[in-house]
Design a binder for this molecule. Structure first.
Ligand SMILES: C[S@@+](CC[C@H](N)C(=O)[O-])C[C@H]1O[C@@H](n2cnc3c(N)ncnc32)[C@H](O)[C@@H]1O
Length: 261
């Protein structure tokens, strides 16, 4: 089958499976098989493509594209991605941006990433701020194993610990960052989320638990769509100063930061 035929077949079947981004996903899959990028496909449309079927079957079952491809881009990094941890999201790149900004006032900042998952935030911080001492903590041994693989693959030195992030946050840090679980229920959400670990998604009140415990000069949190105002008010209520909300790249209020006076 040529790449052109593979694209048409994949787009048709993914659309029939209810994938809203059928064409884009088809391009990702075929580009992956050819070892190129989506933009590189244009010159390769008559090339032969092998191995589409198993990938297509997985994506038709609504497994996240990042798991099917086995890797996913985040900031400047290419991370290994599989069902052991949440797929890194584009909005989380904004959290990294804000964490780097607040960390500017520190030499060799000590940064804790609570709920490190695949390692996305912690590794991006270390990559972009090499003098930082970055620690990631997670309750999931599976997620930590994936974060370790990513750290080793990328040659980035971070500390990884198994345990409760609230306890770790109380140890004293320059910056505590977290993208904690903040989804109330999976019922209404897209089918892809059911492939991701429940412990990474489902949670209530995690921002407040962390904010109450954190011994940190700054906290930077990601909040769910529609939750940022509440999280900001909670930080102000706990006495944090300079509380600010930053929009993600799609214009949604998603990242909340505050400073302990
Ligand atoms: C939304 S995911 C974020 C993963 C990663 N930081 C990212 O942004 O892609 C939340 C992570 O928090 C972890 N987690 C949940 N409760 C925790 C707790 N009490 N302490 C530490 N980690 C926790 C989950 O295992 C999961 O990896």
């Amino acid at each position: 089958m040529t790449a052109r035929e593979a694209l048409a077949e994949a787009e048709r079947r993914l659309a029939a499976a209810g994938v809203e981004t059928a064409r884009v996903d088809a391009e990702w899959l075929v580009a992956h098989l050819l070892g190129t990028t989506r933009s590189g496909l244009a010159g390769r449309l008559e090339d032969e493509v092998d191995g589409l079927e198993p990938l297509l079957v997985r994506r038709e079952a609504r497994e996240p594209l990042a798991y099917v491809l086995g890797e996913w881009g985040f900031r400047r990094l290419m991370l290994k991605t599989d069902a052991r941890a949440l797929v890194p999201r584009p909005e989380t790149e904004t959290l990294v941006e804000r964490a780097l900004a607040v960390a500017e006032v520190f030499a060799r900042p000590r940064i804790l990433d609570v709920g490190v998952g695949s390692g996305a935030i912690a590794l991006a911080l270390k990559d972009e701020r090499p003098d930082a001492q970055v620690t990631g903590v997670d309750v999931s041994a599976d997620a930590l194993a994936l974060a370790r693989e990513n750290a080793d693959r990328l040659g980035l030195e971070i500390e990884l610990r198994l345990g409760d992030g609230v306890e770790a946050a109380a140890e004293g840090w320059d910056v505590v960052v977290a993208n904690p679980p903040y989804v109330a229920s999976l019922d209404e959400l897209q089918p892809e989320l059911h492939w991701e670990p429940g412990v990474a998604l489902l949670g209530r009140g995690e921002h407040e638990r962390l904010a109450r415990a954190a011994q940190a000069r700054f906290v930077v949190f990601e909040a769910g769509d529609g939750q940022a105002t509440e999280v900001a008010a909670m930080l102000e209520g706990l006495g944090f100063a300079g509380v600010a909300v930053t929009k993600d790249l799609t214009g949604r209020d998603r990242v909340v930061e505050g400073r302990l006076p």
